[in-house]
Design a protein around this ligand. Structure first.
Ligand SMILES: Nc1ncnc2c1ncn2[C@@H]1O[C@H](COP(=O)(O)OP(=O)(O)OP(=O)(O)O)[C@@H](O)[C@H]1O
Length: 273
């Protein structure tokens, strides 16, 4: 593990988020060093999307009694969203849907990558700094083997092609970390393997990965730490091989499961009761 002396990538200290009577996140505490590739794994409804919304400032901690939780990213709580986007690349399912069709879907791969500089989602709002940014956007597309998609519109791309283009969009600022929300959802077996290999390469090149998922197959060899989320709380956390056991995953997902590992790839099967 290559952990830097920079502030942690992410620190959540006793964060509660409530909506009416619903306690979506419940005194959640997580600390994740920069340089440590981590997966947050949890069943449906465990709070994964809500955690992402905290990172992109769509959710804020709720006051819980006397206590207000704190979300610190790279040591700071008070980020402006534009500034934050330069340090933290985020590819969420919501972003993926937004770019799949409509006016955002009419952007080309290159325009979509360029839109990462200002975070806009429409071609007419594009703002970037001339040829040097165009070259950086092309370099980001190259990093995820998507340069050939530069002139194709997103609405004509396959799910896997669009996903890679959006990862390039998140990479244009060369962020310290990349946050990915179930990155292989909707991808066939070949596209999934190719994308996971590219994520492994990005991790090897020094981009910290934070993967939020319920697919154990997405836990690539680079992932060193796994945090189990359940009912808006951290259920447990630890080194990947210690966490991905039959007993631990059966308990997390609430049914008998058996874990398999072959050539550093994880998979999960439901076993007979
Ligand atoms: N705005 C909201 N108002 C009320 N309840 C909400 C709201 N947003 C989320 N929840 C509830 O909070 C819980 C966690 O939701 P969240 O979407 O974060 O889970 P998740 O782990 O991402 O699930 P999935 O894997 O199905 O996407 C769920 O029970 C959900 O119904």
């Amino acid at each position: 593990m290559q952990v830097s002396h920079s502030p942690p990538l992410l620190e959540l200290d006793q964060v509660t988020v409530t909506r009416g009577p619903v306690r979506i996140l419940d005194r959640l505490s997580i600390s994740m060093p920069l340089g440590q590739h981590t997966a947050i794994l949890g069943p449906n409804g465990s709070g994964k999307t809500s955690l992402l919304k905290l990172l992109i400032r769509q959710f804020y901690p709720s006051i819980d009694g006397e206590h207000a939780g704190d979300v610190r990213i790279l040591g700071r709580s008070d980020w402006h969203i534009d500034e934050l986007r330069q340090r933290l690349g985020i590819v969420s399912n919501e972003l993926d849907h937004a770019f799949a069709s409509g006016r955002s879907g009419r952007m080309t791969g290159l325009e979509a990558a360029l839109s990462g500089f200002s975070g806009v989602r429409l071609k007419r709002h594009l703002k970037y700094d001339g040829e040097s940014d165009v070259e950086r956007a092309r370099a980001a597309l190259r990093r995820v083997a998507a340069e050939h998609l530069a002139d194709r519109t997103l609405e004509t791309m396959s799910t896997g092609e669009r996903r890679r283009t959006l990862i390039a969009r998140a990479l244009v600022h060369r962020p310290a970390a990349l946050v990915l929300d179930e990155p292989t959802t909707g991808l066939d077996i070949g596209s999934r393997a190719a994308l996971l290999e590219q994520l492994q390469e990005l991790a090897d090149e020094g981009t910290t990965l934070l993967l939020v998922t319920h697919h154990i197959e997405e836990i690539i060899p680079a992932i060193e730490q796994v945090v189990f989320l359940d009912g808006g709380r951290v259920h447990s956390q630890g080194d990947t091989p210690d966490m991905l056991t039959d007993a631990a995953l059966s308990q997390l997902f609430g049914l008998p499961l058996s874990v398999h590992r072959q050539d550093q790839h994880w998979s999960l099967r439901v076993t007979g009761s």
